[in-house]
Design a binder for this molecule. Structure first.
Ligand SMILES: Nc1ncnc2c1ncn2[C@@H]1O[C@H](COP(=O)(O)OP(=O)(O)O)[C@@H](O)[C@H]1O
Ligand SMILES: [Mg+2]
Length: 256
């Protein structure tokens, strides 16, 4: 693991269960009674566009609330009203639009909502220098080059943004990490670097859930794979014993 100070060890998570989750948008049933158990290691989610993958991820990340159903982390029911709630429970999410605040710099993003403070004559002040130092050390420990931690996040490339979000997950030692198509907008080199970081997190006993469109890639790296279609989980497979053709068949419904 990178040599960084871990400020809020939350403990390991062996099991994240979703039970009977449903979510509709007007007449559109985005999720319909989805139940499964994610375990420590790399959990992949695949499915066609509109299958409900992002809706499921957003519910687990606290970004949206389900109409019905439960989230159970290590046997304890979670009630997440926001992504901040989820982070406090140890769930970090990385996805393109929500993960970072564009108008903050790298350090500001890493510590958003969990700022390091110091005492000054009885006042609690933000310790900017400590945050910059911690951000620099953490960023240096991930494999993607980020110019300076004072750079506005909106000036960074897609891969660099993902690296910032991953650095945050690493710094706070998040036991659960959600990734919704993290490499969709990245070039081959950045993709390899991001996947390398995820691999490092897996090797350190994290519970990772990743949505991917890249069938060969997800078959290669996942420990467990879930197939979604029309708002439901239609299949759970062992990537070791599943071919690309079989997986595509489950995704489009020509196989059951
Ligand atoms: N905020 C929203 N408002 C209305 N419909 C939505 C919203 N988010 C998702 N949907 C609909 O829910 C369904 C599932 O979407 P989504 O979870 O994004 O699928 P996926 O990520 O698998 O492509 C789709 O039909 C989509 O159009
Ligand atoms: Mg999606």
């Amino acid at each position: 693991m990178p040599d960084v100070v871990v400020v809020s060890p939350i403990g390991d998570v062996d099991r994240l269960e979703v039970r009977d989750l449903s979510k509709s948008y007007g007449g559109v049933r985005a999720l319909h009674r989805v139940s499964t158990v994610f375990r420590r290691g790399f959990n992949g989610i695949v499915g066609d566009n509109g299958a409900g993958k992002s809706t499921l991820m957003r519910i687990i990340s606290g970004d949206i609330q389900p109409d019905t159903g439960q989230l159970i982390l290590n046997g304890k029911e979670l009630h997440l009203r926001s992504t901040a709630d989820a982070r406090r429970a140890g769930i970090e999410s990385l996805y393109q639009d929500l993960a970072l605040a564009d108008t903050l710099d790298v350090a500001g993003n890493m510590f958003l909502g969990r700022e390091i403070t110091r005492n000054f004559l009885g006042l609690r002040l933000l310790d900017k220098r400590a945050m910059v130092r911690a951000a620099e050390r953490t960023v240096a420990s991930v494999n993607i080059q980020i110019p300076e931690v004072s750079r506005m996040v909106r000036t960074l490339s897609g891969g660099q943004r993902q690296a910032v979000a991953l650095a945050r997950a690493i710094y706070f030692n998040a036991p659960v990490i959600l990734l919704d198509e993290p490499t969709a907008a990245l070039g081959p080199k950045e993709t390899a670097a991001v996947l390398g970081l995820v691999e490092q997190l897996r090797a350190n006993g994290k519970l990772i859930i990743m949505v991917s469109h890249n069938i060969p890639q997800i078959l290669d790296i996942a420990d467990h794979l879930i197939v979604m279609r029309s708002g439901r989980i239609v299949k759970e497979v062992d990537p070791q014993s599943t071919s690309q053709e079989e997986l595509l068949g489950f995704m489009v419904g020509s196989r059951t």
